[in-house]
Design a protein around this ligand. Structure first.
Ligand code: FO1
Length: 308
């Protein structure tokens, strides 16, 4: 029995997906499950869009557009251009190839499959062997409040308004019901990892589901910082920390945010996380595939050394 027998990663989009990709090179499908944020999910043009699940799936499949951080490599946007010309709301770009995923997901849901089952079928279709579990079945959309525009859906804030405005609050609407598969995976987990994802809009939407935080608290839990030298690796996290916590962004702020849940924290060399007893300092920026696998190796070796 090893701490690496059944590892569960809580993950958002791009940062989490890259770490997951590294982990998948070290751990087989029987030892690694990702629980993925569904707070970014929304309906657009009648289609069910699940950005973080797709980013994880495409990244594991080696199909992701690495430079853009979302969607498929080699993508074209001809349907998107036609939709815009037809007067449809085109703030959110659905690529021609990516559309197939959204059509298939929406159709499978319409036929009565659960999102967990749909995700497994789509992942299998992409050749992904590792288990991707949506955090929820029912929509639990993240909603953002700014001083200027009031409360709005997450993708309106992030994509339509490019995260502009004075951030006031983040809220998760809808039932706080995790799937039975998520609860079961956490119950059986020998180690829980928190991906280098945004705590407020990627990890907290999972941790605040009923029974999740309690289950994670019972397990060895290691987080990887999404902040490097005071800056977010990607996205508006540093500004969010300033607005929501009233302090400058640092790896330490994120560790404090997770609090007693963390048994270990992984930070960039030179960064500090004084609130966490066990800290691994290494290079956490994943510039290429080799970086992902190296970071995964180091994090797992750190966890094994600490927790057996
Ligand atoms: N992000 C954008 O900034 N602009 C887009 O037009 C866009 C389209 C898109 C389509 C499919 C998908 O899976 C993701 C997409 N994203 C887009 C990314 C997404 O909004 C966010 O990066 C995630 O929700 C945050 O993890």
């Amino acid at each position: 029995m090893s701490v690496l027998d059944r590892v569960v990663l809580l993950s958002g989009g791009v940062g989490g997906a890259r770490f997951l990709d590294g982990l998948s090179k070290v751990l087989g499908p029987e030892s690694l499950t990702a629980v993925v944020n569904t707070g970014d999910d929304f309906e657009h043009l009648g289609l069910y869009i699940a950005p973080d699940l797709d980013t994880c799936m495409y990244t594991l499949a080696g199909l992701a557009d690495e430079a853009r951080g979302w969607g498929l490599a080699g993508e074209t946007f001809r349907a998107h251009e036609r939709l815009a010309a037809l007067g449809e709301d085109a703030f959110f770009m659905l690529g021609d190839l990516d559309l197939a995923t959204h059509l298939a997901r929406t159709e499978k849901l319409r036929r009565g499959l659960r999102l967990t089952e749909v995700t497994a079928e789509l992942a299998a279709g992409c050749g992904v062997a590792h288990r991707l579990l949506p955090a929820t079945e029912e929509a639990r959309p993240t909603r953002i409040t700014t001083l200027e525009r009031g409360e709005e859906p997450f993708q309106d804030w992030l994509v339509r308004h490019r995260a502009q405005g004075t951030l006031r609050a983040v809220r998760y609407a809808g039932p706080d019901e995790p799937t039975p598969e998520v609860l079961d995976a956490l119950e059986r987990a020998t180690l829980v990892l928190l991906a280098p994802s945004n705590p407020y809009v990627s990890i907290d939407p999972i941790l605040t589901l009923r029974g999740v935080r309690e289950r994670v608290a019972e397990k060895p839990c290691v987080g990887v910082s999404p902040i490097v030298s005071g800056r977010a690796v990607k996205g508006p996290l540093a500004e969010m920390i300033r607005a929501l916590e009233g302090v400058e962004a640092s790896a330490g702020t994120v560790a404090t945010h997770y609090g007693a849940l963390l048994d270990g924290f992984v930070v960039e060399r030179g960064d500090e996380a004084p609130s966490c007893a066990h800290v691994l300092e290494t290079s956490i920026v994943m510039k290429d595939r080799a970086d992902r696998a190296r970071l995964a190796h180091e994090v797992l070796a750190f966890a094994e050394a600490r927790f057996g």
